[in-house]
Design a protein around this ligand. Structure first.
Ligand SMILES: NC(=O)c1ccc[n+]([C@@H]2O[C@H](COP(=O)([O-])OP(=O)(O)OC[C@H]3O[C@@H](n4cnc5c(N)ncnc54)[C@H](O)[C@@H]3O)[C@@H](O)[C@H]2O)c1
Length: 348
């Protein structure tokens, strides 16, 4: 690591900004210069809490020579427009997931950073979950045999008030709904582990949040290019919420991750490292099942540190704009399927 920390400024000081601020402050690789927000009261509270500058506007923030990286932490459908301005200012950017709400806007975001030559990372922080490494390794070594299934179960709970905290949380157009708002991280992990999905079928319903015009429950079937099949069951209706569960099955092995823990590594070819994998994440905390702020910031920190390394080493960050776009394509295909009742083919 180079000695000089990279200097971050945040756009948006809402719920997720706390996690970014804590991650930045905890990492020796970066420091927090300040933040901006259209909501001046929220901005002032945030600046006081984290002892950083309340920067009055995005223009002022982008003009600052002492800002290297801008983190875009605003509602989902604003990410591309704001990110394009960050690229034009010649800054590096961390944009919260999803990259935006249409592929056209995601493409505009990616193109802006291709042009600027500065780095763009998408905040898919769960990619940095330590439990994924042994599973990914077993996949790379072919220990599952013929891959048969990769299933994702996200049976979470959000109370009714969650949907009324801010107007965008109940607007499909602005990126609300369990499919894109909560589950995005987890079918992203399925793509990360299994590779592309070739087609998807989905149904979406609102089971337990009356008056909220977006889905709180999604059921989807996925065909992976590697021949496996998969299920996604994602909900914010299921009190009190259970930890995320991802299970991969093959003809010669099964692995299961629950929350941040590997709970099963069971292969025909038995190895001592499989028992060690079961120790990973043993002292975990909450992972989002029961509330919007009930998770920890360490995965955000790993992702931010990877972006800092990418900037210093002039390489791509681990989660690029194109990676985020691939997951967005799957999300949009699910919405398309839920509307039409048809299987939707993905370009990948
Ligand atoms: N990676 C994760 O684990 C995770 C967790 C929660 C939220 N998120 C993502 O983070 C983003 C923000 O979510 P949130 O829950 O913090 O939302 P929020 O509504 O709590 O906060 C967003 C803030 O952005 C401000 N804002 C909106 N447009 C702006 C603009 N043009 N300029 C300046 N400020 C602006 C709003 O005033 C608000 O304070 C969303 O994209 C969401 O999907 C990610």
């Amino acid at each position: 690591m180079a000695s000089k920390p990279l200097r971050f400024a945040l756009v948006g000081t809402g719920l997720v900004a706390d996690f970014h601020a804590r991650a930045i402050l905890e990492s020796p690789q970066c420091e927090l210069v300040g933040a901006t927000d259209m909501n001046t009261e929220r901005l002032a509270t945030f600046a006081a809490k984290y002892q950083c500058e309340a920067i009055p506007s995005l223009e002022a923030l982008l003009a600052r020579p002492d800002v290297d990286v801008v983190s875009v932490l605003t509602p989902n459908a604003t990410h591309s427009a704001l990110g394009v301005r960050v690229a034009a200012a010649g800054k590096h950017c961390l944009v919260e997931k999803p990259p935006d709400m249409t592929l056209e806007k995601a493409d505009a975001l990616i193109a802006a950073f291709d042009t600027s030559g500065t780095k763009l990372a998408v905040c898919l922080n769960c990619r940095f979950r330590k439990a994924l490494a042994p599973i990914k390794q077993a996949l790379a070594e072919g220990r599952f045999g013929k891959l048969l299934a990769c299933d994702v179960y996200m049976k979470w709970f959000r109370p009714q008030d969650y949907y009324h905290l801010d107007a965008w949380r109940s607007s499909r157009e602005h990126g609300a709904g369990v499919t894109v708002q909560q589950a995005f991280h987890y079918y992203d992990l399925a793509l990360y582990l299994m590779g592309p999905v070739t087609r998807v079928w989905a149904r979406m319903e609102n089971l337990a949040h009356p008056g909220v015009p977006v889905e709180d429950t999604t059921l989807a079937l996925m065909d992976y290019a590697n021949g496996a099949r998969g299920v996604l069951q994602a909900s914010t209706a299921m009190f009190p919420g259970s930890d995320l569960r991802i299970e991969i099955n093959g003809s010669t092995g099964t692995a299961t991750m629950v929350g941040e823990r590997v709970v099963r590594m069971d292969f025909q070819d038995k190895r001592p490292e499989d028992a060690q994998a079961l120790m990973i994440g043993a002292a975990q905390g909450p992972t989002g099942a029961g509330g919007a702020a009930a998770f920890q910031h360490h995965e955000h920190m790993y992702l931010i540190e990877d972006l800092c390394d990418a900037i210093r080493e002039n390489r791509d960050p681990r989660v690029t704009g194109r990676e985020g776009r691939r997951t967005l394509e799957l999300a949009l295909a699910m919405y398309d399927s839920a509307e039409t009742g048809r299987w939707i083919e993905l370009k990948g």
